[in-house]
Design a protein around this ligand. Structure first.
Ligand code: URA
Length: 237
């Protein structure tokens, strides 16, 4: 038996917190009966409906790693009809991206229909490291690097930098290429971080999510994760 909100979140419909809101709003039924309080547990045989749709709990789980090109939106559909990350994956399964990369950011993004893993990877307490290469304006001085390493406050919360290094400097164009690993997933966080130090990001690419590296994946290419990799991602919790 598992808590209703967990079963809903694990099926990939939404997060656990939103599932709780749906329950409290009377939008969830178990075996035809509306459940509007938290704490109810269900078994694998119970039929769970969310907003009138029955949860498919035995669906085959699929996991993809895509090297997202620039000019692609990290969502399942786009009202402006721009290409989305899902368009790149040849599958009949309804998958969605785990977290977001900006429209103009390139690099690694995981797509899956496994809500349990998606929630695990996105939950801030699990500290999943992500590595980015950023081309920034100007050159960082020692004081700025120290500030970066000791945690810059963005929107009232510190960004903890796991690892930072300057890869290259272009003295003519006055730009730097830096590598940075952070363990959080707030929107636009890398851009905000360098912006706050006075070095706006010109180009950004994510080259690593936990132990998953970009390797031979070219822009727009993807591969399925192996069972071993999926297990390893689960063990990050
Ligand atoms: N940080 C950003 O600023 N943009 C991204 O796409 C990812 C992390």
């Amino acid at each position: 038996m598992e808590r209703l909100q967990k079963v809903i979140a694990d099926s990939g419909v939404t997060s656990r917190r939103k599932a709780e809101e749906l329950i409290l709003a009377g939008k969830v039924r178990v075996n035809g009966e509306v459940i509007s309080e938290l704490g109810v547990k269900v078994s694998g045989n119970d039929i769970v409906e969310v907003d009138g749709a029955i949860l498919d709990r035995d669906i085959v789980k699929k996991y993809y790693l895509l090297n997202k090109p620039r000019g692609v939106i990290s969502s399942v559909s786009d009202e402006k009809k721009r290409p989305t990350v899902v368009d790149y994956i040849d599958t009949d399964v309804r998958i969605y991206p785990v977290g977001r990369l900006d429209y103009d950011t390139t690099g690694l993004i995981i797509l899956t229909n496994d809500g349990k893993l998606a929630n695990l990877l996105m939950h801030p307490t699990n500290h999943v490291p992500k590595t980015y290469i950023a081309k920034i304006e100007g050159f960082l001085n020692k004081d700025e690097i120290d500030r970066l390493r000791s945690g810059v406050r963005i929107d009232g919360r510190k960004v903890f930098v796991d690892h930072f290094k300057i890869r290259d400097k272009n003295l003519e164009k006055k730009t730097s290429l830096v590598e940075i690993t952070i363990v959080e997933g707030r929107n636009h966080i890398v851009k905000k971080l360098f912006e706050s130090l006075g070095h706006p990001v010109i180009r950004l690419s994510r080259i690593k999510i936990a132990f998953l590296e970009i390797d031979k994946l070219k822009s727009g290419e993807y591969r399925e994760l192996t069972i071993k990799e999926v297990k390893k991602l689960y063990s990050l919790k």
